[in-house]
Design a protein around this ligand. Sequence first.
Ligand code: LMR
Length: 339
Amino acid sequence: MRAVLIALVGLSLAAAPACAEQAPTAAAPIVIKFSHVAAPQAHKSRAAEHFKTLAEQYTNGRVRVELYPNSQLYKDKEELEALQLGAVQMLAPSVSKFGPLGIKAFEVFDLPYIFAGYDELAKVTEGEIGRDLLDRLKSKGLIGLAYWNNGFKILSANSPLYGPDDVLGLKMRIQSSKVLEAQMWSIGGMPQVMAFSEAYQALSSGVVDGTENTPANMYTQKMYEVQKHATMTYHGYLGYAVISNAKFWSGLPSDIRASLERAIAETTPVANRFAREENEEALEEMRKAGTTVFHEPTPDERAAWMAAMLPVHDEMASRVGRDLIDRIYAATGHKSPTQ
Ligand code: LMR
């Protein structure tokens, strides 16, 4: 919180001369600061740029969207605090990062193997369950506007990972989710919660041994340079909720709000396409780079990963909500891809 406050003071000082020169007039645009932690070339950045173009076009320049990628304004936890305080107006954090805010239900997305693929995922993110979850953000002064995918995660380390026995005792970087913590314990790893912006350095210096992430994040954060092995487990989902400060959003003129909502709705399928393409391209590029050996699990190995991780669903039911888990099972038609 202290870091956020210091940054806020910095921001308001930096903004002061501009305000003095530029007295607010009817023509002054509404500025939306959109902060996030992904690299400037990452699909989240490209989606944010797409949104900016549409938002400025649909509002005829009455809105100006300023993009701040790469944790340049705030790291994971700070950005949520900054949004609540009104220092920025939009974010797209991973849904695995809402637990520390007190909204644990989003960690349902972290349950290993809960979605067998993108079609099943869409039944939740584009349906009633996804909407209900976004509504829960209101209690924290936030408004949930859309889900944007990243993709499905793989495991990486500096030693080969053929099965849970190979993770035993390894320190594994995770996002700030209790479900991810339980999932790492379930395969014998020692979970280490760490901001995204710190992951590369921690892997490179050996503070942690390995991690889980999507191929796109592994590539754009250069983690492949410091991870010799990766296993294509695709055991869990990583995706974003596009959010704003509820007070800011409801205070917008209704025509502006409608234009921004249209821009977001039109950006979502584009963002999801960028993400899928980038995950494929990232794997190709990392294979070409040759610094990481990518292992495709055999059917037996896949079964062993699943057997180790699936008990996390029951273990975490009291945290994320049994009803919510059951609603997702009903929407996808199964408890796990093997059932
Ligand atoms: C992570 O922390 O690994 C991801 O949530 C980062 C991101 O925004 O994709």
